[in-house]
Design a binder for this molecule. Structure first.
Ligand code: AMP
Ligand code: MG
Length: 709
């Protein structure tokens, strides 16, 4: 079975007039998925949709391609109907029969009610079709279904019994009613068969081996995904045909072939019924339901500084980032098992209590506590036992005890468990020297989590422990934000990748591997944008690429205001550029701006400054963009092992580590000394005021671990 080169899904319409020029719902939508991607088109009339479909079939046949085309109306009627009209059970004969009678003009004007009335006239009593619009004078077609007296055919096909809600094909009136869609659709399909002959096969009545295969589909088959994918401004019908086309296109060819063979020779079948899970899994996110609700863009002036500011204190710079940035990633429903490292998009609410029922915390003997008493307790043991997953389902009478194992539900009548090590068993009795406290060694239902409790807040970046909590709370899926993608670009004529440096004028690009790996540690998807020389065009080209591939970009080098500072210059062009002079050492100005909506963090070129600025400024900013909570850095005071005279006015971060309980700092504060980044295990943070530090004085140490490293 060769695969289909494209899958088209058609949302049909029974409209009697052309639908609006502006695309809308309840009109004809055609989704197409192929190796070229997924597209959708809108058609105002059936005639224009069929012209487009024929043209597509012509192209496919000319190129030797295979097409699967789905239509969302019944390909057959309930058992007996085709035979009653045509003398044969073959539904394709009924298609031709209808094609001879249905007239459907290029402007959608049609005679479907007249044909339905004429069909009704062939049967005794009233029916089976109904749903006559008030303005038509057709005595054989009742207005209401309840007026029907003819009961010769089932109301629905068997396959429709597998669906939650379907409209019967006998009902012709109201928007979206499949009755009209079938009467106006089947003759169109009959025409395709006429025109293309053996090049077309109809599933499941014919073997699905022709170049073009037509099949009946059900538009809401993948409703869960479609709902998640439909944003406020999207048209559901369009998302529906795109999603269906994409899912069937991506399905393994053998799976699709098997689905096309399912069905009934007389009543037909709906392609993919019962296989919604497999189809969802075939979608690109592997069963993860993407929520394409558009995320509001960042405002152009999000990096604007208050007027008159020359040097911004670190805390003010952080407050600005916190206020101005907002999440840029869409949310998605994700299996808990795949959610580690992703931020929750909404509070996770327990679907189940934990523990769900009162149970034993130890292995031992359970009984009803006898009340205040001293001395030994001897209780007859009932037959049987309570174990985890195998409850004891009778009541334990007062004055009796039952063998119980850890995790077993407390049987009726049991409120206390004696530890087995404290008991002796003989002759069917359990004896203990003293009763434990009432309720001892038991866990109460819901003592940890109660159904409906918020267990973890939106913004929480899920840890392995959280996956345990969520699972215990009965949650199989959570709404998280997709992974943030962050580009990394190095700029400078002097920079070369390792192995490409061939002279002392070259500097090896140290920042890119460092920044890419930092991003990976923080759970983001790093996007390597390479090295750009100091040229406006090269940097522009890389930023364009980065904005298309990533949600945010870290650049290093070229971010000051010098001749070769092209990152600043380009961001200036966009009007969104701000040069933040932060009162911090090490650091140079940070160039912040938006390139095609993607925030750019222009870091200093110097690796030490780039590293510190990334930890202090880019990390919380990226967390905000990712939809994670604001990451506070946990530090602690330790005695200094060094002497330093610190100037007033800016905050300083020294490369540091703890040895013998004291903070050592790297021998050189020179920010060109990259080895200090390997030597250090954290940073010493010195606040803005001037300070004389002597050995033993307390200083604040921030371990790299508290930066998520
Ligand atoms: P800039 O910010 O472009 O003026 O660069 C400041 C210093 O950092 C210069 O000495 C650059 O050579 C150096 N530098 C810039 N980018 C990198 C990089 N990716 N790796 C190592 N050093 C760099
Ligand atoms: Mg440079």
């Amino acid at each position: 079975m060769t695969r289909f080169d494209a899958v088209l899904m058609v949302d049909w319409s029974g409209s009697a007039t052309p639908t609006s020029a502006k695309p809308k719902k309840d009109a004809i939508w055609i989704g197409e998925a192929s190796d070229n991607g997924v597209t959708a088109s809108y058609h105002r009339t059936r005639a224009s949709a069929m012209a487009a479909i024929s043209a597509r079939i012509d192209t496919a046949l000319a190129h030797g391609e295979r097409l699967l085309i789905g239509f969302d109306f019944p390909f057959a009627y309930p058992r007996g109907f085709a035979h009653a009209l045509t003398g044969a059970t073959d539904p394709l004969g009924l298609w031709d029969w209808l094609a001879e009678r249905i007239e459907d003009a290029p402007d959608n004007a049609n005679n479907r009610f007249e044909v339905a009335a004429a069909i009704n006239a062939r049967f005794p009593g009233v029916g089976p079709f109904w749903g006559r619009p008030a303005h038509l004078d057709l005595p054989d077609l009742p207005t209401h279904g309840s007026a029907r007296t003819f009961k010769g055919f089932p109301e629905r096909r068997e396959v429709e019994g597998l669906l939650k809600s379907t409209h019967p094909c006998w009902k012709l009136f109201t928007t979206g009613s499949v009755g009209s869609q079938a009467l106006l659709g089947l003759p169109r399909l009959a025409a395709l068969r006429q025109r293309y002959g053996k090049a077309i096969a109809i599933s499941p009545f014919e073997r699905a081996e022709a170049p073009v295969v037509l099949a009946e589909i059900f538009p809401t088959l993948l409703d869960r995904v479609v709902r998640a994918r439909t944003g406020a401004d999207d048209i559901r019908d369009e998302v529906q045909v795109r999603t269906l086309a994409e899912a069937f296109f991506r399905l393994a060819p053998e799976q699709l072939a098997a689905m096309l063979a399912e069905g009934d020779a007389e009543e037909g079948w709906i392609l993919g019924i019962g296989h919604a899970d497999a189809l969802e899994r075939a979608l690109p996110s592997g069963g993860v339901v993407r929520d394409f609700t558009p995320v509001p863009p960042l405002s152009d002036d999000c990096f604007a500084l208050p007027r008159g500011v020359t040097w911004t204190p670190v805390d003010e710079a952080l407050d600005l980032l916190r206020d101005r940035l907002s999440p840029v990633t869409e949310s998605e429903i994700c299996p808990v098992t795949e959610a580690v490292g992703l931020p929750l998009a909404e509070d996770a609410v327990a679907a189940r209590s934990h523990p769900p029922g009162a149970n034993a915390a130890v292995d031992g003997y359970g009984f009803a506590h006898p009340g205040p008493q001293t001395g030994a307790l001897v209780l007859p043991l009932v037959r049987g036992r309570a174990a985890a997953g195998a409850p004891f389902d009778q009541r334990v009478a007062s004055g009796q005890a039952v063998r119980i194992l850890t995790g077993a539900l407390l049987p009726d009548g049991v409120d206390t468990v004696a530890l087995q090590e404290d008991c002796a068993v003989s002759d069917g009795d359990v004896a203990m020297t003293k009763a434990p406290k009432p309720g001892a060694n038991t866990r109460k239902a819901g003592e940890d989590i109660r159904t409906g409790d918020p267990v973890l807040p939106a913004g929480r970046v899920l840890t392995p422990g959280d996956l345990a909590t969520l699972s215990a709370a009965g949650l199989g899926t959570v709404t998280v934000r997709r992974r943030l993608r962050v580009g990394v670009l190095s700029t400078g004529d002097e920079l070369r990748a390792p192995g490409e440096a061939d002279g002392v004028s070259h500097t090896i690009d140290a920042n890119r591997p460092m920044l890419l790996s930092l991003l990976g540690r923080w759970g983001y998807e790093p996007v390597d944008l390479g090295i750009a020389p100091d040229s406006q065009d090269a940097v522009r080209d890389r930023l364009e690429h980065g904005a298309a591939e990533a949600d945010a970009i870290l650049t290093s080098g070229g971010a000051s205001a010098g001749d070769e500072d092209h990152v600043s210059r380009l961001l200036n062009e966009t009007g969104s550029m701000q040069l933040w002079r932060i009162a911090v050492k090490p650091g140079r100005p940070l160039a912040l701006g938006l390139w095609r909506g993607a925030p750019i963090f222009g870091l200093p070129g110097n690796p030490v400054a780039a590293f510190v600025c990334t930890l202090i400024f880019a990390r919380p900013a990226l967390a905000r963009l990712a939809g994670a909570g604001w990451p506070d850095v946990v530090g602690f005071e330790v005695p200094a092992a060094f002497t330093k005279s610190k100037k007033q006015g800016r905050r300083e971060y020294l490369r540091a580590r703890i040895r013998e309980g004291r903070a050592e700092v790297f021998a050189s504060e020179g920010s060109g000394r990259v080895t200090g980044l390997s030597w250090a295990e954290g940073l010493v943070e010195l606040a803005e005021p001037a300070r004389q530090i002597a050995p033993g004085d307390p200083v604040r140490f921030l371990p790299f671990g508290s930066f998520g490293l």
